[in-house]
Design a protein around this ligand. Sequence first.
Ligand code: KG4
Ligand code: ZN
Length: 364
Amino acid sequence: MNETITVLGLESSCDDTAAAVVRLADGQGQILSSVVYGQTALHAAFGGVVPEIAARAHAEKIDLCVEEALAASGLPLTSMDAIAVTAGPGLIGGVLSGVMCAKGLAAGSGLPLIGVNHLAGHALTPRLTDGLAFPYLMLLVSGGHCQFLIARGPDSFTRLGGTIDDAPGEAFDKTAKLLGLPQPGGPEVERAALGGDPARFTFPRPLLDRPGCDMSFSGLKTALLRTRDGVMAEKGGLTVQDRADLCAGFQAAVADVLAEKSRRAMAEYLTLDPAEPVLAVAGGVAANAAIRAGLETVCDEAGLKFTAPPLALCTDNAAMIAWAGIERFRLGLFDGMDLAARPRWPLDTSQPALLGSGKKGAKA
Ligand code: KG4
Ligand code: ZN
């Protein structure tokens, strides 16, 4: 297959404004440029993403991002084959900024418009980075998402389960907050846990007693709060060791839940008899060494390959949107000027909607 397709991608569904140019040539995806403007500092004082602030910041930055991405790729807009944009799920104001910008670019240039599901962007990334063949098993695990998906094709996903409340990244961030550690909390909790004893405090393993792959993480932070208060009431404060033990116990609980639910997801996936069974993970939480180690062990036991795209492509970016746009382009899946921005957009419409909405907006 010698098709060459070059797509400009836009992403603005949460708290990163991003644009990227990706090219498919000789059967391989290549990122020509990828620009991300994070908004962490803008939301820092509020303990979560403020939708109004996010929307304004996206509207201010999105065209700048596009200009930078085109300049860095060395290609003019006229060299693109299509404009791909995240059309949901996410915070509606942000999604609208991207969709309106993409429509303007498409109308002005005459290029086709392709609306991409943000979750499909994450889920298709291992095809860009590792050339994975369908079907593969995907675990999205970040501050905004947590779900198991079987990727069967660029537009065909089966959701095996997901969080019914918080995403694990949120639980890490809240844990850090409760223990007086800085944000984002995941890396801080992981660092503190290195010196801790995971067995000193017992944390629940939510929903392991129920069949299936659904997960719940909000009870864990409540358990952490109670345990913390117990220690503080007893000793009048927290020592460095107390903090380390709390972090280690919490992290072990998250790792255990993800490992056990992955085991179940794998069993279901393996019934498809994939030629090259593989579990791919994406999302900021996939950076956690203890969680990765747990997943790798389960993969070894079940005979699956484990893979994780580089962190910059695991977290929100526009290269994944441009790539998903290329995949849709090849299937002839284009959108018109009536492309809608969707706050909720489940990848697998045959499954009941997930309930959690999370600090980063709808999880689809
Ligand atoms: O994918 P991501 O950058 O953003 C979205 O959620 O969209 O993920 C960020 C989340 C944060 O909640 C952060 O605390 C968590 O990933 N995270 C980690 C680690 N590094 C980042 N959680 C646990 N351990 C880590 N090492
Ligand atoms: Zn995301």
